[in-house]
Design a binder for this molecule. Structure first.
Ligand SMILES: CC1=C(CCC(=O)O)c2cc3nc(cc4[nH]c(cc5[nH]c(cc1n2)c(C)c5CCC(=O)O)c(CCC(=O)O)c4C)C(CCC(=O)O)=C3C
Ligand SMILES: [Fe+2]
Length: 375
C-alpha cells in the first residue's frame, strides 16, 4: 500500500500562470505578447497600458505567484510530499518553454500542472494547454526527450479554494458601517468573456447558455453566500456580475459590468455592496485596477459604501488543497479508487479535459487532455 503522500507517477509540479510586467519597460512588450493575433482594439490596449503604468509598470501577479510557490513548498515539506515545484508563464518571464526545458534537463518525465485559473474557459484552461503543446513542440525541435504532462482538475469547488473566500467576505461585511451592513448586497465578480466563449466552455455536452463557465461560478457563488449566511445569520442578496471586458464593442460579452451594477443597486436603494472577485486566484491587475480603483471610484461618486473581499492568494488552505488534488490525481493515475473533494451541486470536475472542451476560435494542438497529440 503506497503512502498517502505518494505523488508517483508524477515527479514534478508546474505552476502555470499568466505572467505580468515587472517595470515600465515591460508593459508594451507584455501587452504585445498577450494580444498577439487576438484582435483587441488599439484603444483598449492603450487604456490597459495606463492601468499598468499607474502602478509603476508592475503587475502584482508575479509576486503573488512567488508567494504561492513558497506556500506550496512549505506545505509539501511539512506533509512529507517530496515533489519539486516549478513555475512558467504564458506571457512573461519565466516563460513556460524555458521552464519546461529546465525541467526536462533536470530529468523530469511525468509533470503535473496547476493553472492559476479555477474554472473552465478557453483563457483559463485550453489556452494553457495550447501553450503546453507549443512548448513541447519547441523542445521536440531541439531534440529533447518529451515529458508527459497532465493538468489538475478545476478546483473552483474545492473547500480549500471556497472557504478562504467565504471567510474574506465575512470580514469585508464586518468592515462595512454597521447601519448599512445587514442590507448589503454581495456582488460576485469574474472576468467577462464573449458569449460564445462562455457557451462553449467545459465539456461539449454542457455547451450552450453560458456553459460550464457560468454554471461553475454560479455554484461557487451560491455555496459562498450560503456559508456567509450560516456565519453571520444574515441572508445577503447576491448576484454574479462581470469585469475587465475587452474586445470589439459589437461582440457580446457577459454582462452586467460591475460599475453598471453598482449604479443600478444604488438607484434601487441598496445601501452597501461587497465585491467578491471569485473568478480570480490572486489580487492581480484586474482586481487592483478594475475593482479597487475603477469600481471603488464609481461607488465613491454614488456615495455607496463598498468593500472588496480577499482572493485566496497564498492562503495555507489553498496550498493544502493543491496537495490534496495532486495526491488524488496521482492515485487515479495509479489506478486506485479516490473520493474527490468538492462542495456545491456540480460535483468534482473531470480529471482529464475531454475532446472538444473550451475550444478557441481556431483549432490548435493542446497538450494535457484527451485530444493531446502528445502521449
Ligand atoms: C477568463 C480570463 C481570465 C481568468 C482566468 C485566468 O486567470 O487565466 C483572465 C486572466 C487574466 N488576464 C490578464 C490580463 C489581460 N487579459 C487580457 C485580455 C483577455 N482576457 C480574457 C479572459 C481572461 N483573462 C479575454 C477573453 C481577453 C480578451 C483577449 C483574448 O481573447 O485573449 C488582456 C489584454 C488587454 C485587455 O483586453 O484587457 C490583458 C492585459 C491577467 C494578468 C493580470 C495582471 O497583469 O496582473 C490575468 C490573470
Ligand atoms: Fe485576461
Amino acid at each position: 500500500m503506497p503512502e498517502a503522500r505518494d505523488a508517483s507517477p508524477y515527479d514534478a509540479l508546474l505552476l502555470l500562470s499568466f505572467g505580468g510586467p515587472e517595470g515600465p519597460d515591460d508593459v508594451v512588450p507584455f501587452l504585445e505578447n498577450v494580444t498577439r493575433g487576438r484582435g483587441i482594439p488599439k484603444e483598449r490596449l492603450k487604456e490597459v497600458g495606463q492601468h499598468y503604468f499607474r502602478f509603476g509598470g508592475v503587475s502584482p501577479i508575479n509576486e503573488h505567484n512567488r508567494a504561492l510557490l513558497t506556500a506550496l513548498r512549505k506545505d509539501f515539506a511539512e506533509h512529507g510530499l517530496d515533489l519539486p515545484v516549478y513555475w512558467g508563464n504564458r506571457n512573461w518571464a519565466p516563460y513556460l518553454t524555458d521552464t519546461l526545458r529546465e525541467m526536462v534537463n533536470a530529468g523530469h518525465r511525468r509533470i503535473l500542472t496547476l493553472a492559476t485559473s479555477a474554472y473552465a474557459s478557453y483563457s483559463g484552461c485550453r489556452q494553457y494547454r495550447e501553450n503546453l503543446a507549443d512548448a513541447l513542440a519547441t523542445l521536440e525541435a531541439e531534440g529533447l526527450e518529451l515529458p508527459r504532462i497532465d493538468k489538475l482538475r478545476h478546483y473552483f469547488n474545492h473547500p480549500g479554494f471556497v472557504e478562504p473566500m467565504a471567510e474574506g467576505l465575512v470580514k469585508s461585511l464586518a468592515d462595512l458601517p454597521e447601519e448599512v451592513r445587514a442590507a448589503a448586497h454581495i456582488a460576485f465578480t469574474t472576468h467577462s468573456v464573449p458569449h460564445t466563449t462562455a457557451d462553449t466552455s467545459g465539456p461539449v455536452e454542457g455547451h450552450g447558455d453560458g456553459g460550464a463557465y457560468l454554471r461553475q461560478h454560479l455554484d461557487v457563488a451560491r455555496v459562498i453566500a450560503e456559508t456567509v449566511r450560516e456565519k453571520t445569520g444574515v441572508d445577503h442578496p447576491w448576484q454574479l456580475v462581470y469585469q475587465s471586458r475587452s474586445g470589439a464593442p459589437h461582440i457580446p460579452w457577459l454582462e452586467p459590468d460591475i460599475c453598471d451594477h453598482l449604479e443600478r443597486l444604488h438607484d434601487a436603494g441598496v445601501p452597501a455592496v461587497v465585491m467578491a472577485p471569485i473568478g480570480f486566484v490572486s489580487d492581480h491587475m484586474e482586481v487592483l485596477y478594475d475593482l479597487d480603483t475603477e469600481a471603488t471610484a464609481k461607488a465613491g461618486e454614488l456615495g455607496l459604501p463598498v468593500r472588496r473581499s480577499a482572493t485566496v492568494g497564498d492562503d495555507p488552505r489553498f496550498a493544502a488543497a493543491v496537495r490534496d488534488l495532486i495526491l488524488e490525481r496521482a492515485a487515479v493515475e495509479r489506478g486506485q479508487q479516490v473520493t474527490p473533494c468538492a462542495l456545491g451541486s456540480l460535483g468534482p470536475s473531470h480529471q482529464v479535459c475531454p475532446v472538444g472542451c473550451c475550444p478557441g476560435r481556431t483549432p490548435k494542438p493542446a497538450a494535457a487532455g484527451a485530444d493531446s497529440p502528445y502521449a
